[in-house]
Design a protein around this ligand. Structure first.
Ligand SMILES: [Zn+2]
Length: 373
């Protein structure tokens, strides 16, 4: 089957399933992720103009690498599967990009230890952690990571999450953000082993995947600074009160200061700092052309992320209202009540009923209760 995306054309082996052509080498659901990758690479090159080499570490059909090559990057596509290597090579050639770029049939961890890249992009099947150390060991500027194992990341598959991320994830009403912060914590600790500090300059997540872009600073002091963004979270299962505390040692709540419950979940170490640079996110938005298939969605996502508060966990209005036994009202009205009471409040990119605020659960209740009926 033939696929056109972002101005490049690819041939991928398709399978007819229930009337729909599908390919294990090409996932159309990831088009938004890839459009944002190209826009982010453009914005990043404006900031760091020495950046020119890009490794598509698990290339499959080659789609991401071919699009980056078409955008002027010196690309290496790598895959351990021979079928993927042949396909990626054919797709580079189909677009006339085989001279500046190449395809490697390698174990990508070995390749990353041998060759230097300005940008490394990890998009593996399952957890990216088996590739993180090699990526941070020598990459110069930017490591991009997609993680699709959201059930382990958010604590729904608890033991798997603990094993993969050397942290305790907890399944809460903000599970998608739990996944983001567990992933960033593990990546920051991986980079720190090589005296590398990470700054997440752009991150977005759905229930299907987490995507993050980490700008590197190859200094021990920068690694220390990144580790200072880690901490632990205490969460009350009864009233949804939560508190975060910075530090590598856990000092969890014994009982809930709001409702007195002792059903406290503790998660960590998680990343508590910001996960996107507001200005850089605006720069990415400006690099999304109308021609991208997901242009409108991608720009909206950037706008939401630009306005999103940095509070470490989002609330879900429906879940709060359910726990109070009250009906939910319109989100605009609900957030206006919070702002009128003097709190900060923003929508989040995690879903239409989610919001962030510097108010606690008790303060949110007090500020909004009168209009919930
Ligand atoms: Zn409580």
């Amino acid at each position: 089957m033939r696929v056109t995306e972002g101005g490049v054309e690819l041939e991928v082996p398709g399978e007819q399933t229930a009337g729909v052509e599908e390919s294990v080498f090409y996932n159309p659901r990831q088009e938004l992720n890839r459009d944002l990758t190209i826009a982010t690479l453009r914005a990043f090159r404006e900031r760091e103009n020495r950046a020119e080499s890009y490794l598509d570490a698990m290339t499959a059909s080659g789609i991401r690498g071919v699009r980056a090559a078409d955008d002027g990057w010196r690309v290496t596509c790598c895959d351990i599967e021979e079928d993927a290597v042949d396909l990626a090579q054919a797709n580079l050639e189909r677009n006339g990009l085989e001279n500046g770029s190449r395809v490697e049939h390698r174990n990508v961890n070995a390749l990353m230890h041998e060759a230097k890249f300005d940008v490394i992009d990890l998009d593996p099947y399952g957890t990216p952690m088996p590739f993180a150390d090699a990526a941070f060991a020598r990459c110069r500027d930017l490591v991009c990571v997609t993680a699709t194992d959201t059930a382990p990341l958010c604590g729904a598959h608890f033991n798997s999450g603990v094993r993969s991320y050397s942290a305790v994830p907890r399944n809460t009403d903000y599970h998608t953000e739990m996944g983001v912060r567990i992933l960033l914590s593990a990546l920051a600790r991986s980079a720190a082993r090589f005296d590398v500090g990470v700054e997440p300059i752009f991150t977005h997540a759905t229930s299907h995947y987490v995507r993050t872009y980490l700008e590197l600073d190859r200094k021990a002091t920068a690694a220390d600074a990144a580790l200072e963004e880690l901490g632990h979270l205490s969460h009350c299962e009864d009233c949804l009160h939560r508190e975060a505390e910075y530090g590598m040692t856990a000092n969890p709540l014994e009982s809930c200061p709001n409702c007195g419950s002792e059903r406290i979940l503790v998660a960590g170490p998680i990343w508590l700092g910001p996960y996107r640079d507001r200005e850089f996110t605006a720069e990415i938005r400006e690099q999304i052309p109308d021609a991208f298939g997901t242009a409108e969605t991608a720009r909206e996502l950037c706008e939401t992320l630009e306005a999103e508060l940095d509070a470490p966990t989002y609330y879900d209005q429906h879940k709060l209202c359910k726990s109070w036994g009250l009906p939910a009202n319109a989100m605009d009205e609900f957030l206006a009540d919070l702002r009128d009471a003097g709190y900060e409040a923003s929508f989040t990119h995690y879903g239409g009923t989610t919001f962030k605020s510097n108010a606690s659960v008790a303060e949110i209740f007090e500020a909004t209760e009168a209009n919930l009926e």
